[in-house]
Design a protein around this ligand. Structure first.
Ligand code: GLY
Ligand code: MN
Ligand code: MN
Length: 434
């Protein structure tokens, strides 16, 4: 991502904040996994969006119109010994030279400097409630200014949610962001194709999961979320991540896995037969989910409401399930009663971006949001029929199917970013046979 893109975002945000305001945003912290071992560091998505700075222990400050510099970055000081053990740091010079900060101070000096920056502003834009410890520090600084108000210090009187404007900005993807999302999608597609080609009865779920580690790793990408690799009954567990069971001949395999590139996520699900051939019952359910997914994708276009794809999916699922008698009654009535929820209990998608479940409101007031060009969402209907489901013939048991693609709203309709990954049953079977 170019430096100018981050600057453009900060400028846009400051324009919306207006004069007499200050924005404060802490980075994510390094989290301990166990004695002397940390979890891989993942930057706070808002912080990454505005700074491109990938270090922990940092704080971004924006002060629109400040003469001595609008963008201040607090970060770790350079420290040869620490860097020998733990890796390179940008330091204050790097923050200015390489990341476009107007000024930078050591994070350890923040208590001395930040109150002075707060003073004189009316409103503080902040992410209250996200970082409990930082909340306390910030309130402490404000109270400290209050105590001195009698000596003429101007106390900020208002906390404003930074999320509110920032998350609306993040909802609309720029050309640069879409480039990264296309790249993430392309890598994930290759990984899913690899899994389909390599899958055999008798393998373990983790062996298939390892193909995703390999493909993402060799492409310089990371998992955007823990992979779900669920054979048979495990396909009916929505957030199954143990991935430790054997894959049986005759079962389906549901894989929900996507990588992120420079923080930008992809999110793909495919469900295919472990032995390469769908049984008639599996194919029946698969075709219902596929019809629902195609109907939902058709509804992704500017001017349609957020909920239109979901409504299209539940119509197709209800119709399909009545045709094979898993639901009985009048489809319109069944939809009203939400009878489909026995087999389809989640929603049809979510925004996608720097977070896999990305930010942005789904409603404006009490109305579903209208789709607009530049938004990216997933379309991911499914049907899940656990064994021993009441009144359900055993031929349907343990069929869990989800099909998920990533979809960009364009000016004329939509573009499926994950289009290159096969999803028709015949195409999947041909690929697995090849
Ligand atoms: N991978 C999480 C989801 O599909 O929402
Ligand atoms: Mn998803
Ligand atoms: Mn998913």
């Amino acid at each position: 991502m170019k430096k100018s893109e981050f600057k453009r975002r900060r400028t846009q945000l400051m324009k919306m904040m207006g004069k007499g305001t200050i924005a404060i945003l802490p980075s994510a912290s390094q989290v301990t996994r166990n004695r002397d071992v940390d979890f891989p560091f993942r930057q706070d998505s808002d912080f990454l969006y505005l700074t491109g700075f990938d270090e922990p222990d940092s704080v971004m400050v924006l002060i629109p119109g400040r003469k001595h510099g609008e963008y201040i970055l607090f970060c770790r000081e350079k420290d040869p010994e620490q860097e020998t053990w733990h890796g390179r740091r940008a330091g204050q010079e790097g923050a200015v030279e390489d990341y476009g900060a107007d000024d930078s101070f050591p994070i350890d000096d923040m208590d001395d400097i930040l109150p002075g920056l707060l003073e004189g502003n009316d409103a503080i834009f902040y992410v209250m409630g996200r970082y409990a410890e930082f909340d306390q520090r910030l309130i402490g600084w404000v109270n400290h200014i209050k105590e001195q108000s009698r000596s003429g210090l101007h106390v900020p009187s208002e906390f404003v949610s930074l999320d509110y404007i920032l998350h609306d900005m993040r909802l609309f993807k720029s050309r640069e962001e879409l480039k990264l999302m296309r790249k993430a999608a392309a890598i994930s597609v290759i990984a899913h194709l690899r899994a389909m080609k390599l899958c055999r009865p008798g393998q373990y779920e983790y062996q298939i999961a390892a193909e995703f580690d390999h493909e993402f790793g060799r492409s310089g990408a990371q998992h955007a979320y823990p992979a779900i690799v669920g054979g048979g009954a495990n396909g009916c567990i929505l957030h199954y991540t143990e991935n430790n069971q054997v894959l049986n001949d005759g079962d389906l395999l549901l894989i929900d896995s996507g990588c992120e590139v420079q923080g930008y996520a992809s999110d793909i699900t495919r469900t295919f037969p472990v032995n390469g051939k769908y049984s008639p019952a599996q194919r029946d359910i698969y075709n219902i989910v596929l019809a629902a997914q195609m109907a939902a994708i058709k509804k992704v276009k500017p001017g349609n409401q957020w909920n239109d794809p979901h409504n299209a999916a539940i119509r197709a699922i209800t119709k399909g399930l009545t045709e094979i008698k898993l639901l009985k009654g009048n489809p319109a009535k069944l939809i009203k009663e939400q009878a489909y929820r026995k087999y389809y209990m989640h929603r049809t998608g979510h925004w996608l971006g720097l977070d896999v479940h990305d930010v942005g409101d789904y409603k404006v007031g009490d109305q579903w949001r209208l789709l607009e060009p530049g938004m990216v969402l997933t379309i991911e209907p499914g049907i899940y029929i656990p064994a021993h489901s009441k009144g359900v013939h055993r031929k349907w048991w343990d069929i869990g199917i989800r099909i998920e693609d990533d979809v960009l709203v364009t000016s004329t309709g939509c573009e499926v970013l994950t289009q290159a990954l096969v999803k028709k049953p015949g195409e999947i079977e041909a690929l697995m046979a090849g």
